[in-house]
Design a protein around this ligand. Sequence first.
Ligand code: CLR
Length: 457
Amino acid sequence: SSAHENGVWQRRKSLPADMISRNNFSMWGVLKKCIGMELSKIAMPVVFNEPLSFLQRLSEYMEHTHLIHKACSMSDSIDRMQVVAAFAVSAVASQWERTGKPFNPLLGETFELTRMRSVGVLFLHTDTTLTNQSIQKHATTREDEGYRLISEQVSHHPPISAFHAQSLKQEFEFHGSIYPKLKFWGKSMEAEPKGTMTLELIKHKEVYTWTNPMCCVHNIILGKLWLEQYGAVEIINHSTGDKCVLNFKPCGMFGKELHKVEGCILDKSKKKRRVIYGKWTECMYSVEPKVYDAFRKSEKKSGGDAKKPKQEQQSCEGDDADEMPDVQETVTVIPGSALLWRITPRPTHSAQMYNFTSFAMTLNELEPGAERLLAPTDSRLRPDIRAMENGDIDLSSREKERLEEKQRAARRERSKDEEEWTPRWFHQGSSPHTGAEDWLYSGGYFDRNYSHCPDIY
Ligand code: CLR
């Protein structure tokens, strides 16, 4: 847990308690009555949850923000695009093996993530002998990325979460909304994250947009749960007309393509400028198209993987569980490639802690003094999530039920008065870049006047 080492407060590196084993619970028992139903309407036992709200889970898009800073520092727009592409892939990397269901946010729930106070700041307050120079040194760390994010649950049916992040030094804004459209197919569940991601690099006057890949959770009923992300992701630079077309590959019959992402950057005249490849669970590289083509050709000539013995067939049909293919070969690096991004390894205790990344471990932590600062609607103040985090499943389910009942009562009150719900921090609008319907930040959250926030807990 969090500690004050040498007077310096540090973020916690683990959760207060290990997770409760799910082995004694059957998903089938819950789901057999629910085929064809919307997931948000199914009362799922809390053991299948993870102690985070969906708003907090979406904030994990920010884990690799240093890539945006890197993109900002580059003078060539194709170079910037390749790092933005790496950011778009890195944003969904924390989903790997995360098969716990986050808590549905309550209508009006918010989550803020402020990462602009450097780890050394508390220390600085207590030591006035520091010179300006050493203050500068302590105030610049790589861990605290210098941004703040605010997200809000703006709609309950359909569930829509909106977020807006801005950098401290006005280098970028990153915003969007997600409506996770879920389909339950029996053996698996498919989630389409509807909504556009918009990244603005202010100094370069550039705007990039894309939509996230599809997500599929396999073996809902029997076997081991595992998660696949697949589909085309098109990143558009609206200022230059450059495009990056990425293909998150479905695992395929033999699992050879598991986790692979491949694509290329095309400039305005449709000329291929760079090939991007890697795995969303691991790393991404970029290489010149000529080098890439030559490598693939030579691979074919030498037989490549055509001669490899066939693995046991992984069929997607039939009654068996769709085991996650056990192919551990990592990315083959083509000579001449540049590494764009590599994942931060998970902490050793991650498996007992919902497969959280180090970043995820910190999201529900109450920082010293946070209670005084946070909006009363912040996810960190949700008692059901807090109870689950502490390993108290019974309290968690009781609190979850209470909150959901309170939400229903509030809705009944509103409909009696013919009142409509209006989100506090976002408003509906159309994106000036894509024209698509979106949720835009109305501003003001960080003025920290929360007197008009609803009482949802
Ligand atoms: C993946 C990244 C996308 C946004 C997104 C939308 C829906 C999310 C999905 C992410 C992760 C997996 C998810 C899904 C909704 C339900 C599903 C949380 C965040 C969970 C794992 C389903 C659990 C099912 C139980 C039966 C255990 O950009």
